[in-house]
Design a protein around this ligand. Structure first.
Ligand SMILES: *Cc1c(COP(=O)(O)O)cnc(C)c1O
Length: 380
């Protein structure tokens, strides 16, 4: 039977059935998957590895989740549309209405707001407290406490968490631990093998690495990741196949990027330490002599006009993100920590003079020079 033009234009071009061995995974830019018959459809529900609907699962989004889980040394992973949705899925995998969370008081601003303003409205209460002293953290544990939540390297002052201590405390009280490993990446730190239950990432940052996607991943204990996957599916927090594909593409160079960016960061931090116009340098020097993380935070001296400093940075852009291959700077007080009360920022040490630097892969000497000349040009 000949089809009419209207039908032929849709169904005439047959999808290739040939097995094509493309070198990289193609983008499965499809919202759903087709089945031959009811038996095959039933097979999906019996767990035959087929795909059904892209919100529920897609080869590209799975590839991202599996790759990050493997690097984290974790048995399972699920990807999400952003770091925030990964965190939401991870948290809701553990707590429900009536439960209590203890979170580090220097969490990423977005995570702080999610817990304080959103989850609080659903009967999930969070106590924010400094994790520098785990004895005071232990004192906050209540009968309904379920989760300890912190970050492996914090933002913007780059405190390296005592993950072993956190795990020990959690195990003593049968609590689940969730660690945001965005800043460290599994290149520097693998919380799961240390005993952390859930490890989350804003893949928007180093996992993707090129400032061109928004994505997230939850990895960790298989039962908890299963819960998190249900949250991603039920809340519609899935990442798109194309974004997942781009993130996987970026991920392939994570080791090269982290190696270069971390050693650049260490060299830059050392140069700042010798600069009399820099009051304080925040960098985890003691962790690794080749650099530990690619973020450096400084407090400029009062002799420097901060706004003039940003204007004088040339190719170093002021941008409220981090972890791209280009060096960028951000101003925590007016961006990430904007919503915090002044006293809270003062207590944390986040003043107008604090500048957070995401160090890129440019030549080390050019990066150092760019900052030194900007400071020079901004002296009052
Ligand atoms: C950026 C960031 C997030 C949020 O991720 P998005 O991808 O922007 O949703 C969470 N945690 C940390 C540490 C981050 O830097």
């Amino acid at each position: 039977m000949e089809n009419h033009f209207e039908t032929e234009v849709l169904h005439g071009v047959k999808k290739s059935e040939r097995k094509i061995a493309s070198k990289v995974t193609p983008i499965y830019q499809t919202s759903a998957f087709a089945f031959k018959d009811l038996d095959e459809l039933e097979g999906f529900y019996q767990g035959n590895g087929q795909y059904l609907y892209s919100r529920v699962g897609n080869p590209n989004t799975d590839e991202l989740a599996d790759a990050v889980a493997k690097l984290e040394g974790a048995p399972a992973g699920v990807s999400a549309s952003s770091g925030m949705s990964a965190i939401l899925a991870g948290v809701l995998a553990v707590v429900k209405n009536g439960d209590h969370i203890i979170a580090a008081d220097d969490l990423y601003g977005g995570s702080f707001h999610m817990l304080k303003e959103e989850l609080n409205n659903f009967g999930i209460e969070t106590t924010f407290i400094s994790f520098k002293n785990l004895i005071t953290v232990e004192q906050e544990i209540k009968g309904n406490t379920k989760l300890l939540y912190t970050e492996s390297i914090t933002n913007p002052l780059l405190r390296v968490e005592d993950l072993e201590g956190v795990v020990k405390l959690a195990r003593k009280h049968q609590l689940v631990t969730l660690v945001d490993n965005t800043f460290a990446t599994p290149y520097h730190c693998k919380p799961y093998p240390m005993g952390v239950d859930l490890v989350v990432h804003s893949a928007t940052k180093y996992i993707g690495g090129h400032s061109d996607v928004t994505a997230g991943v939850v990895t960790g204990r298989a039962d908890l990741v299963d819960n998190a996957r249900r949250k991603v599916v039920n809340l519609g927090a899935n990442v798109s196949p194309f974004e997942a594909w781009l993130t996987c593409r970026g991920l392939k160079t994570l080791a090269l990027r982290m190696k270069e960016q971390s050693s650049n960061a260490r060299r830059l931090a050392e140069a700042f330490s010798k600069n009399s116009s820099v009051e304080k340098v925040y960098y985890p020097f003691e962790q690794d002599r080749n650099g530990y993380g690619a973020m450096v935070t400084i407090e400029l001296s009062k002799k420097v006009d901060v706004n003039q400093f940003f204007r004088s940075l040339g190719w170093v852009k002021l941008a409220p993100t981090l972890a791209g291959v280009e060096t960028t700077v951000s101003h925590p007080l007016t961006t990430s920590h904007r919503a915090l009360p002044q006293e809270a920022n003062e207590a944390l040490g986040i003043t107008k003079e604090v500048v957070r630097i995401s160090v890129g892969i440019e030549h080390t000497e050019d990066i150092i020079l760019q900052f030194e000349q900007a400071i020079e040009k901004s002296l009052i």
